[in-house]
Design a protein around this ligand. Sequence first.
Ligand SMILES: [Zn+2]
Length: 387
Amino acid sequence: MIPVTNEKELHMELAKDALKSLTGDVTVSLWGQDLVDGKIVLYSGRLKEAKIDNRIRERLVTAGLIFFNYRSPDFLKASMVKWDPELNAIYLPVESFPRIWKFLKTSVRNGMNLKKQAGLDCTIDRPEDIIDLSLLDSNARIAFIQNDKVAYKSKELSQYEKRLIGNKQRLLDDRKNMYFYSDEEEIYHDKDCSMVKKIPILSFKASTKRPLGKSPCPACVRRMLIREACFPHTNQIRPITAMLKTGWISNKQLEHLVVNDKIKLFVEAPGELKVVGKEDSWIITGFDEGIYNLYHNNYVKVSATERYITDGYHKQGVKSNRLHHLFDYINDYSYVGHVSFVNEQRKDKEFIKKYGFLGTIIVGIKTAVKSYFKRKRFNKNQLHLVR
Ligand SMILES: [Zn+2]
């Protein structure tokens, strides 16, 4: 028979020690017996991705949950949890639940007895009643507690629900669809984002274009951009992701490349990234060394405004330890621009030859002014889809 005593009076000193063992700044301690008026909300995956109301999410604080073993008085542990003070709700990952619950449930029962002893109303009949499993339910299955563990059973589906599930799968399988979202939310996702599974079948939508008025999910925006850059060759997503990571290309830079400049990316051979720009194709090498080297498609010059592209690549003579410098170069390149640049360089050289030191100064000023305006134009073109 479990004596009805207040756990806090009995174990406060041990609890203080256990709380000290936690890393981070834990100022709140929670006791199982107090959860009689609260709840334990279980979630799977990352808390960041769980479907929690934003108002609740903002209230969550880090707290130390005390749990101990009634059979062995020295066994007392603390675990860091997220806690909503307003609803007295603890958020626990479903994986750590069984380990904690086998001890915690005795404390919850103790809390029930404490209430009865004090002549207060107890709103629950069993400790399990405080467990909230709603975040674990999906379109197809329902979570329940069995032998102190979480188990699942399939939902009985109506014809209508079966049709909606089929519809969601069809939209996901359609290779043309790039963006997935819920009618009721303001963000859209990549097909592989774990949030897609959680979108209810009733409000599930898919689109080949970015849905207007919605913004990209911060967790999968990079994958969406890379998918777009190599579409429809989705098997390229993985190697391209690795190469862009090696080259420290930020989401913002990537967005600019894909959305504004509409570049396409392919991994031609290991360590060779092919970039298809407005007019030309390029190959970037040097991912292992961290010195990136640019190759340009071969072409035959016809006139100052005309040429045709032929097989193969030549070294462009552009090297950098920053991958994004090469992308900047690619985006600035146009054949006409390149020819006039070469002509201008030749003229500048002749000018310097003719006027000596004065010529050098004038050419220097001209170049500085030009590059200033070029930078300004580049900054103005930023789109800011990524926040
Ligand atoms: Zn996402």
